[in-house]
Design a protein around this ligand. Structure first.
Ligand SMILES: *[C@@H]1O[C@H](CO)[C@@H](O)[C@H](O)[C@H]1NC(C)=O
Ligand SMILES: *[C@@H]1O[C@H](CO)[C@@H](O)[C@H](O)[C@H]1NC(C)=O
Ligand SMILES: *[C@@H]1O[C@H](CO)[C@@H](O)[C@H](O)[C@H]1NC(C)=O
Ligand SMILES: *[C@@H]1O[C@H](CO)[C@@H](O)[C@H](O)[C@H]1NC(C)=O
Length: 310
C-alpha cells in the first residue's frame, strides 16, 4: 500500500458527502548530486549525507538524482518520486551538471503542479540561489559577508500565514527569532532590494525571513505563493548532522530547528504527501534508493562529516 485514503465527510444536511483524499504513506524524495572539484574514478559527483539524514529523520526515503543523465531518464525519475531537494554546495547555478538537472526538474515541477499533480521542490543555500535563477532567468545575487556565520532569523509579516512556519511550535519560532541558530555559508545573497525590484521573483515568492550581514539585507527564507517550492539561504540540515565547523549551532533549539524544517517538508503542508508518483515496480525502486551506496567519512578534511560519492 503506497497510499492511504482519507475520507473527509461532511454531514451538514441529511445528505452526507465524502471526499476521498489520497495520502502518500511512503514518500521518496530525490536529492540532487553535484560535481566534485577534482574528479577521481567513482568519485565524480557527491551528495552530503546530512541532506539524506534530514529527510530520513522526517520519514522519507531518498533517491540520489545523478547529473549527466538523459532527459528521458529524468522524466522517468520525476514520475517515480514525490519531491526533490537541491542541496548547498559550490558549483555554478548557470552552467554545471547540477544546474542542468535543477532546471529540468524545476520545469517538470511547474508543469505538473499546474495540472494539479503537486511536486515539491526544496532549495538549501546553493539550491536557494539556483531557485532565484530559475524563477527570474537572471543572476541576481550580490556579494555579502556571510561565509560561516550563525544568525537569528528576522521574520516578516508573511510568516504567520506561511505554509512553512504556520505549524511550528511557538518556542521554536521564538528561538529562531532570538538565538543565532541558522547557519549561513555563502558569499552571495539575494538582497531584499533586488528581490523588491524584480517582478518575477516578487510575484512568485513570499519572503518569510530576512537577514543582514551588517550592511546588506538579504532574503533568508522564501516560499512560492502558488507552487510547493521552498528555499532557505541557511542550512537547516547542519545543526543536527554537521560538526566540522565551529560556527555550526548545536543547542537544543538549533537541533529542533533541523527536525521541524524536515518535518514540514516531508509531513506538513509542503505537498510531498499529496504527490502519488511511484516507481514502476519494487525492483526499480530498490535499485534507485540511496541505500545502494555507502557514505564515506570525510569529516577530518572536509566541510561535511559524510559524503556519498558517485
Ligand atoms: C558529466 O559530464 C561532463 C561533460 O561531459 C564531464 O566532464 C563530467 O566528468 C561528467 N560528470 C559526471 C559525474 O558524470
Ligand atoms: C564579516 O563579518 C564578520 C562577522 O561575521 C566580521 O568579523 C568581519 O569583520 C566582516 N568583514 C567585513 C569585511 O566586513
Ligand atoms: C505586510 O503585509 C502587507 C499585506 O498584508 C503588505 O502590503 C506589506 O508590504 C507587508 N509589510 C512588510 C514589511 O512586509
Ligand atoms: C567565500 O569566499 C572565501 C574567500 O574567497 C572562501 O575562503 C570561502 O570558502 C567562501 N565561502 C563559501 C561558503 O563559499
Amino acid at each position: 500500500m503506497n497510499t492511504c485514503v482519507l475520507l473527509v465527510c461532511f454531514a451538514f444536511s441529511s445528505l452526507a458527502s465524502c471526499t476521498a483524499l489520497k495520502r502518500n504513506e511512503k514518500p521518496i524524495i530525490g536529492v540532487l548530486a553535484q560535481e566534485v572539484r577534482t574528479p577521481q574514478p567513482q568519485k565524480a559527483s557527491y551528495i552530503a549525507a546530512s541532506y539524506v539524514k534530514f529527510l530520513e529523520a522526517a520519514g522519507a526515503r531518498v533517491v540520489p538524482v545523478m547529473i549527466n543523465q538523459t532527459l528521458e531518464e529524468y522524466k522517468k525519475l520525476f514520475n517515480s518520486i514525490n519531491g526533490i531537494l537541491y542541496p548547498g554546495g559550490g558549483v555554478s547555478i548557470v552552467s554545471s551538471g547540477y544546474a542542468n538537472v535543477a532546471r529540468i526538474f524545476y520545469k517538470l515541477a511547474i508543469e505538473a503542479t499546474s495540472r494539479g499533480d503537486y511536486f515539491p521542490v526544496w532549495g538549501t543555500c546553493l539550491g536557494f540561489e539556483e531557485l532565484t535563477y530559475l524563477t527570474s532567468g537572471e543572476m541576481l545575487l550580490s556579494r555579502t559577508n556571510t561565509s560561516g556565520v550563525a544568525l537569528p532569523l528576522v521574520f516578516t509579516n508573511g510568516t504567520r500565514e506561511s505554509r512553512l512556519f504556520k505549524e511550528f511550535p511557538a518556542d521554536v519560532l521564538n528561538a529562531l527569532a532570538s538565538e543565532p541558530i541558522t547557519e549561513n555559508s555563502h558569499n552571495f545573497s539575494l538582497t531584499l532590494k533586488r528581490y523588491n525590484r524584480n517582478k518575477d521573483l516578487r510575484k512568485f515568492y513570499k519572503v518569510l525571513t530576512t537577514n543582514s550581514d551588517g550592511k546588506t539585507e538579504f532574503v533568508s527564507t522564501m516560499e512560492a505563493y502558488d507552487f510547493p517550492i521552498y528555499g532557505t539561504q541557511w542550512h537547516p540540515e547542519k545543526n543536527a548532522y554537521e560538526w566540522t565547523r565551529p560556527y555550526i549551532p548545536h543547542s537544543p533549539s538549533a537541533v529542533r530547528t533541523t527536525f521541524f524544517m524536515g518535518e514540514f517538508f516531508v509531513n506538513e503542508d509542503s505537498a510531498v504527501r499529496k504527490n502519488l508518483h511511484k516507481f514502476d515496480d519494487e525492483e526499480a525502486e530498490k535499485r534507485s534508493l540511496i541505500y545502494n551506496y555507502n557514505p564515506v567519512y570525510t569529516g577530518i578534511k572536509s566541510a561535511f562529516e559524510q559524503l556519498y560519492f558517485f
